[in-house]
Ligand binder design. Structure first.
Ligand SMILES: [Zn+2]
Ligand SMILES: [Zn+2]
Length: 77
C-alpha cells in the first residue's frame, strides 16, 4: 500500500542554512539550531499522533497507524 499524505512535507529548494552535522538544509539559522537541539543525531523522528509509538521512517509510521489506529484519518485517506 502506497499512501500519499499531502501537506506533511514540502521540499524546500531554498535552504541556505545547513546543519553542519547531517547536512540537512533549513531556511534560517534558528531552524538549524532548533533542529540540532531537537532532532539532529536522534534517530526516532516520526511520532504517532495517537500513541507514544516512535519510528524513524514515515512509511513505518503510516503502516503502524493503519494497523493500530484504523479509525484515524491516515488510515482512511
Ligand atoms: Zn543535523
Ligand atoms: Zn500509534
Amino acid at each position: 500500500m502506497d499512501l500519499q499524505i499531502s501537506g506533511e512535507y514540502v521540499p524546500i529548494r531554498d535552504k541556505p542554512f545547513a546543519c553542519p552535522i547531517c547536512n540537512k538544509g533549513y531556511m534560517s539559522k534558528d531552524s538549524v539550531r532548533r533542529h540540532q537541539r531537537m532532532e539532529c543525531g536522534k534517530e526516532p523522528r516520526m511520532r504517532c499522533p495517537h500513541c507514544p509509538h516512535i519510528t524513524r521512517y514515515k512509511s513505518n509510521l503510516v503502516s503502524h497507524i493503519i494497523n493500530r489506529h484504523p479509525e484515524s484519518e491516515y488510515a482512511n485517506s
